[in-house]
Design a protein around this ligand. Structure first.
Ligand SMILES: C=CC1=C(C)c2cc3[nH]c(cc4nc(cc5[nH]c(cc1n2)c(C)c5CCC(=O)O)C(CCC(=O)O)=C4C)c(C)c3C=C
Ligand SMILES: [Fe+2]
Ligand SMILES: [Fe+2]
Length: 338
């Protein structure tokens, strides 16, 4: 038995087990019944999810998943597993994968590590989310911590903080974008997963900063430690500076809105329809909130977004892949956990 002292758990969102409607329904129910995703009181959430959202969405989402599914399963899972393999090559640490919804769960990941490596002293949970949101980073970390407490393991548990402004993330993201800037383009759009505005307000520790003024995200505040919107602006600014992208050649928007409430704006879907009319005919789209390609990048952007942009008068649409297993990203992750 190898004496490995440190383990890493790469934690991502999770996907349905298959593209069958029953599996997508099960996945959506688990995901959307998370109180950090839909914050309504339990009974209202139960009604919204089971009676309104899932019955309509399950077959629609199943079709979407079918269009991106690979022979090995969901791209998000396949790519997270590939990151695990690539990381194993770069470090002497034990590396496991866990998902917030579906499998493998953090419990399964901890059990696997504890069984294979009895000398483990520390396990680092690495949520694959650069930005803090209660619906992504926070729920993943709390779920992992809960499984850890119940398991009574001998190793200690530590967590990687949101890394939206860290050089190692910005440099790797910039490296993954750089080759695409050789193309002739009118604009590069930084499209982040949106979240409900309500979630930004709930996370505001001051209770009086976030979304109270248009420029709140550029006015210093302790609230920014939990402000997803501020953190997205910072990522865009740092990447743009790093790559020397001039003012006017880039923009930021938010995708994947669900329901009718106000989510962070501008909405990517709307901007993709409007941009050709504003003279942006050739576009590059990058999705920095996602570390691994998934339904929201490959289908929502790569298929639907592209179709809508070209249909609205655009002439070229290039989706820049997520960092996935880009060598700069793998090295960055390896350095940060070592
Ligand atoms: C980048 C981080 C993410 C945040 C923040 C986030 C918030 C959020 N998402 C939903 C609803 C859905 N998201 C779905 C898919 C999905 N979401 C993320 C990441 C974040 N979500 C990823 C990586 C994926 C892809 C999963 C995959 O299997 O590829 C879905 C499921 C698909 C669909 O039906 O569209 C839903 C639903 C909410 C409500 C929310 C914040 C409140
Ligand atoms: Fe999502
Ligand atoms: Fe803010």
């Amino acid at each position: 038995m190898q004496s490995v002292k440190r383990g890493v758990v790469l934690m991502n969102l999770g996907s349905p087990d298959s593209t069958e409607v029953k599996d997508v329904r099960k996945y959506l129910n688990e995901f959307l019944m998370d109180k950090r995703v839909i914050e309504s009181p339990y009974l209202l959430r139960l009604f919204l999810v089971k009676a309104i959202i899932t019955p309509f969405r399950a077959s629609q989402s199943a079709e979407a998943y079918k269009s991106i599914w690979t022979k090995d399963g969901s791209p998000l899972i396949v790519l997270t597993n590939q990151l695990q393999s690539a990381l194993k090559e770069e470090t002497n640490d034990a590396v496991a994968v866990a998902m917030r919804y579906g499998t493998p769960s953090p419990k399964q990941a901890f059990e696997e590590l504890a069984k294979k490596y009895p000398d483990l002293e520390e396990v680092i949970v690495f949520p694959l989310y650069p930005h803090y949101a209660m619906s992504s980073y926070e729920t993943a970390v709390l779920y992992a911590q809960e499984a850890y407490k119940k398991g009574g393991y001998r190793f200690k548990l530590t967590t990687i903080e949101p890394f939206y402004n860290e050089d190692w993330y910005i440099n790797a993201l910039a490296d993954s974008i750089k080759p695409y800037l050789q193309e002739d383009y009118d604009q590069i759009l930084f499209s982040y997963h949106s979240i409900p505005e309500k979630h930004i307000e709930l996370g505001d520790v001051t209770g009086k900063h976030c979304l109270k003024a248009d420029n709140c995200c550029s006015v210093d505040s302790v609230a920014h430690a939990k402000c997803y919107r501020h953190q997205c602006f910072v990522t865009t600014k740092l990447v743009v500076e790093k790559l020397g992208i001039p003012e006017g050649k880039y923009a930021q928007s938010f995708q994947s809105r669900l329901g009718r409430a106000e989510w962070l704006k501008p909405y990517t879907a709307k901007r993709l329809e409007e941009l050709p009319g504003e003279g942006v005919k050739k576009i590059l789209v990058v999705c920095p909130a996602f570390v691994s390609d998934c339904l929201e990048t490959l289908e929502e952007m790569g298929i639907e977004g592209k179709e809508s942009f070209l249909h609205s008068g655009g002439t070229s649409f290039t989706l820049i892949p997520c960092m996935n297993v880009h060598p700069s990203w793998v090295k960055a992750v390896a350095n940060i956990v070592s």
